[in-house]
Design a protein around this ligand. Structure first.
Ligand SMILES: Cc1ncc(COP(=O)(O)O)c(/C=C/C(=O)C(=O)O)c1O
Length: 352
């Protein structure tokens, strides 16, 4: 394997692997902002093989599955876990099943899952109905290997985001992560704590989790200071990747945020869509709405003086814009039907 990406850190990834299933995931660019704030860095996970950070966890989890003789993997998903599970299972030559909330998965992710040839099972209701079914099934059947982020090997892969950021810019003052099922914020925090334990670094960034207003059980609990979240059966947000009402890893997320002296923030769908346009139109970076929640969270953190403009901050852009064409269509831009002879006139009007 080339010396970049997730398996560059093989020695720091727990577990023994007879076989590595890799599509050269990881090693993603950390892009410095040029028009929002020079102290802001964007970890662009959209350039992973299936277009989201999920590939980092999937390479480890599927390598673990095949190394332990599993021939069948399963995952509930809002879309990105599904696409990644399908791709890595295909590469491993094993069968994959994904369970999706019917009609609630962004088009790009559904199309990917179809292309990769997984078996798609759709359920009525939210992602949480799918998650509940998978949890029950793998406990009862035992013949399928679960790929959701309660699977520790997923987190072993995703923690490499922390290693790469540290190699690029050192330990930031804060890291802002969009939170759905809540595995990723914990995995990234775990990565930073392991670097301190290994004596490589001497500080942990403040971990700031961002949830969408209509799907924010953990953020609300954190803000209200209550011990456990109030789950919802009907999460709602344009950021369909994080439209999760009963996050399985909520305890882990709370631990990461509390122990890093971080916080949780709630952002509205409008703030998410504005942030998505800002990423594209100020930085040239195309991200899906859930990813843009981290920029919306950055704006809110600046506004509330949770972060100061001169602090070094990394935001995790978890998925590519192509995942969710419908959300891009919500943006507006000038689009005119013209007679070709008018092109010069229009351009001269626009640029003068
Ligand atoms: C683009 C994007 N951004 C953020 C998250 C939240 O990460 P977690 O808090 O670790 O869940 C997801 C999660 C998606 C799924 O849970 C799934 O694909 O089933 C995502 O796809």
């Amino acid at each position: 394997l080339r010396g970049r990406g997730v398996w560059r850190y093989k020695k720091l990834i727990a577990g023994e692997y007879k076989r590595l299933i890799s599509i050269n995931e990881g090693g993603t660019p950390l892009i410095r902002s040029c028009n929002i704030n020079k102290n802001l860095y964007m970890k662009y996970e959209g350039v992973n093989p299936t277009g989201s950070f999920k590939d980092r966890g999937m390479t480890v989890a599927v390598s673990s599955a095949v190394s332990n003789g599993y021939k069948t993997v399963i995952a509930a998903s809002t879309g990105n876990t599904a696409a990644a599970a399908a791709a890595y299972a295909a590469r491993a030559g094993i069968k994959s099943f994904i369970v999706l909330p019917k009609g609630k998965v962004a088009l790009g992710k559904l199309a990917q899952s179809i292309l990769y040839g997984t078996t798609i099972m759709e359920v009525e209701g939210s992602f949480d109905v799918a998650m509940g079914a998978v949890m029950k099934l793998y406990k009862d059947l035992g013949i399928v290997y679960p790929l959701n982020s309660f699977n520790p090997w997923r987190l072993e892969g995703q923690k490499t985001i922390a290693f790469e950021i540290t190699e690029d810019i050192g330990v930031p003052d804060a890291v802002i992560v969009p939170v759905g099922n809540a595995g990723n914020i914990y995995a990234i925090w775990k990565g930073f704590t392991e670097l301190v334990k290994a004596g490589v670094t001497d500080k942990i960034p403040r971990m700031i989790g961002v949830q969408a207003e209509g799907a924010s059980p953990i953020a609300r609990a954190f803000i209200e200071g209550s011990q456990s979240p109030v789950f919802t059966d009907s999460p709602e947000t344009v950021a369909t990747a994080i439209r999760i009402g009963k996050p399985v890893n909520w305890r882990k997320a709370m631990k990461a945020v509390r122990e890093s002296n971080g916080t949780m923030l709630v952002v509205s769908d409008n703030e998410i869509l504005k942030a998505q346009r800002d990423l594209a139109r100020k930085e040239g970076v195309g991200a899906e709405p859930a990813s843009a929640a981290s920029l919306a969270g950055y704006y809110k953190a600046l506004d509330r003086k949770i972060i100061s403009p001169d602090e070094k901050v990394a935001i995790i852009l978890t998925g590519h814009s192509l995942k969710d064409p419908d959300s891009m269509g919500k943006a507006e831009t000038k689009r005119i039907l013209i007679n070709p002879s008018f092109i010069e006139k229009i351009i001269l009007e626009e640029v003068n």
